[in-house]
Write a protein of this length. Structure first.
Length: 329
């Protein structure tokens, strides 16, 4: 039997050296989340949603020459949010970090965005605020990660309740560590149809949870049915020193975690994206078995992180949806 435990903080920052920072504006009801570490790191990506919004993700393909990046940005704001990477790049350049071209270092900051432009927040800005959000989030990075209605999850929603930012981590023995970070803004629902029971609750090892799969009022969950107005963004991290090919497969496998926790997922109107990264601090013993286990743990971490995001969402002025904690069914 494989014995798994959550990391000390049950956070992606339990993975060696990774740091996360948030910045948001509750009036705008949007924000940015940045993941980085003190040195560059390997990463890849898998995009399964039908309406993604990205920047610099092509360079994460296994066949591309760039091996390392400096940060990953998850942002609200739809296409406006792609500008958050500019603020992060400015900070990294001030630290003399980036891909060395010989004459100048160019920070590499892949990013992905979600649509939160119709969530009741103020959107009539004159100057795009996301570069500032990106800068502030980068300057806030630490091991202590706040979740819920913060960062990229500030104005996130699902079809029935508020979404949010969530995280989790799982350790296997003293060797393998896996963590996840998600911003949940889905077309679908995190609950069994007609109930307030979360799909994700069935993927925790918690002896205090004793419930059966509920009777469903329908086999189909309510959806937003709004073109391009959703997306669940995720990052999974491990400490095992995998290459970009391996990380690409881990990112794809981790999407199973979204499908377990949100129904439906990966629709034409979601932009579901998962990045996979590694600290590279733990050597690989047996490639096949280690990769298989990390793929499984990554999906599990994503599922738990989605549940943690929904549960941590907090009520704020002008909300159009209730928090899960206030849902009575």
């Amino acid at each position: 039997m494989i014995k798994l435990v959550n990391g000390p903080k049950n956070s992606i920052t339990d993975i060696d050296g990774f740091l996360v920072g948030n910045a948001q504006d509750d009036h705008i009801k949007s924000g940015v989340t940045v993941l980085t570490r003190s040195t560059a790191f390997k990463a890849s990506v898998s995009i399964l949603g039908g309406a993604p919004g990205t920047r610099e993700t092509d360079l994460l393909s296994p066949d591309k020459v760039v091996e390392n990046i400096d940060a990953i940005v998850l942002a609200g704001g739809s296409a406006f949010g792609l500008d958050a990477s500019s603020g992060v790049m400015d900070c990294l350049r001030n630290q003399n970090r980036g891909f060395d071209t010989g004459t100048i270092k160019v920070p590499l900051v892949p990013s992905a965005i979600l649509f939160d432009l119709k969530n009741g927040g103020f959107k009539d800005w004159k100057v795009n605020p996301y570069s500032d959000f990106g800068r502030d989030a980068f300057l806030n990075v630490s091991e202590n990660l706040e979740i819920g209605s913060v960062g990229a999850g500030c104005g996130a929603t699902t079809s029935i309740v508020k979404g949010g930012l969530g995280t989790s981590s799982i350790f296997y023995r003293d060797k393998i560590k896996v963590g996840a970070l998600v911003a949940v803004n889905s077309v679908g629902s995190p609950c069994f149809p007609g109930t307030n029971i979360l799909f994700s609750d069935f993927y925790y090892e918690d002896k205090e949870m004793h419930f059966e799969i509920p009777k469903k009022s329908s086999l189909i969950n309510p959806t937003k049915l709004l073109t391009g107005e959703a997306t669940t963004l995720g990052i999974v991290c491990t400490n095992l020193d995998f290459n970009k090919n391996d990380l690409s497969r881990i990112a794809t496998s981790a999407h199973t975690g979204i499908a377990r926790a949100i129904e439906p997922s990966h629709t034409p109107f979601d932009g579901d994206i998962i990045f996979a990264t590694t600290s590279g601090t733990q050597p690989i013993d047996r490639k096949e078995t280690d990769l298989m286990l990390v793929c499984q743990l990554s999906a599990l971490c994503i599922t738990q992180a989605v549940g943690n995001a929904i549960k941590a969402a907090s009520k704020k002025k002008g909300d159009l949806l209730s928090c899960w904690a206030d849902l009575k069914t």
